[in-house]
Design a protein around this ligand. Structure first.
Ligand code: SF4
Ligand code: SF4
Length: 242
C-alpha cells in the first residue's frame, strides 16, 4: 500500500467521508449532507490558500472538498453552524486546533460564542456566530428571488410585493442566498461572536480576513491584538511585582 492515501467514499447515502491515511494515523473528515444547510461558511473558514472547499453542483452534495489540498485540520468543522462536518483522528472525533492549546498556541482557535438560531428541517441546530447586514438589490429577477428564498436555510427571506425582505432575527449572514442569486445579494459580516481574550492566532487572522467585511476585519484584528498586547503587559507587570 502506498502512503499517504487519500480516499473519498460514501459512509451512508447522505454522508461522504474524506480519508487521509498515514502510517500511524488516519484522519477522516465527514460531511453529512442531511445536516448541511448549504450555507457555504466552511468555504470561507478553511484557512488553506486555494479552493479546498467549493460549492457542490446539486443539493445532494452541497459542498465538495478537494482531497489533494485538504490538510484535515478540522477548522471547517469548528465553524460549521449545523454540525454537518466532523473530523475524526484515529476514530476519535476531535478538532485538533481547538485542543492542545499550549503546544499549538500560535494556531489555536478561540472560543466561539454562538447563539442557537433554530433547527434545520432534519432537526440539527443552526448556530449563529456572525452579525452583519445583507445587501438586497431592489431589482432581482423573479427566478433569482425565488432561488434565494428557497436556498435560505432559516426562512429569513420573504416576498413583499415585488421585493424580498429580510427577517434579521433569523439571518446568520451565510452565503446561501447570495450563491443562489448569482452573487446579487451580498452578505456584509461585521461581527464575529468569538471570545478574543487570548488574542488572535495567525490562523484565526486569516479566517477573519476571509470571512468578514474588510473594514470589520481590520477593526476586529486591531481590537483583538490590542487586547493581547494589554494582557501581555499586565502579565509582565504582575511578574515583575513577584
Ligand atoms: S458550514 Fe456546514 S452547514 Fe454550512 S455548507 Fe459547510 S458543511 Fe454545510
Ligand atoms: S437570508 Fe441570511 S440566513 Fe438566509 S440565506 Fe441569506 S444570509 Fe443566509
Amino acid at each position: 500500500m502506498v502512503l499517504p492515501q487519500r480516499i473519498k467514499e460514501f459512509k451512508s447515502p447522505s454522508t461522504h467521508v474524506y480519508k487521509f491515511k498515514l502510517l500511524n494515523q488516519e484522519r477522516v473528515l465527514e460531511h453529512n449532507n442531511e445536516k448541511c444547510v448549504g450555507c457555504g461558511l466552511c468555504i470561507h473558514a478553511c484557512p488553506i490558500t486555494g479552493k479546498v472547499i467549493s460549492w457542490g453542483t446539486t443539493h445532494e452534495e452541497y459542498i465538495v472538498i478537494d482531497l489533494v489540498k485538504c490538510v484535515h485540520c478540522g477548522v471547517c468543522a469548528y465553524f460549521c453552524p449545523s454540525g454537518a462536518l466532523k473530523l475524526f483522528i484515529n476514530g476519535e472525533e476531535r478538532i485538533e486546533l481547538k485542543e492542545n492549546v499550549e503546544q499549538l498556541e500560535r494556531h489555536s482557535l478561540p472560543d466561539l460564542e454562538p447563539v442557537m438560531l433554530g433547527r434545520t428541517t432534519t432537526g440539527a441546530p443552526i448556530l449563529k456566530y456572525l452579525q452583519g447586514t445583507l445587501k438586497i438589490p431592489d431589482k432581482l429577477e423573479p427566478s433569482e428571488s425565488m432561488n434565494a428564498m428557497k436556498a435560505c436555510p432559516t426562512g429569513a427571506l420573504s416576498q413583499a410585493g415585488n421585493r424580498i425582505v429580510l427577517d434579521e432575527n433569523k439571518c446568520f449572514y451565510c452565503d446561501a442566498c447570495s450563491h443562489a442569486a448569482g452573487g446579487k445579494i451580498v452578505p456584509i459580516r461585521t461581527r464575529l461572536l468569538i471570545d478574543f481574550k487570548d488574542g488572535v492566532s495567525p490562523i484565526v487572522t486569516r479566517i477573519i480576513e476571509r470571512m468578514m467585511d474588510e473594514q470589520a476585519a481590520s477593526r476586529i484584528l486591531k481590537g483583538a491584538s490590542g487586547y493581547k498586547a494589554r494582557e501581555k503587559t499586565k502579565l509582565l507587570i504582575d511578574h515583575l511585582g513577584e
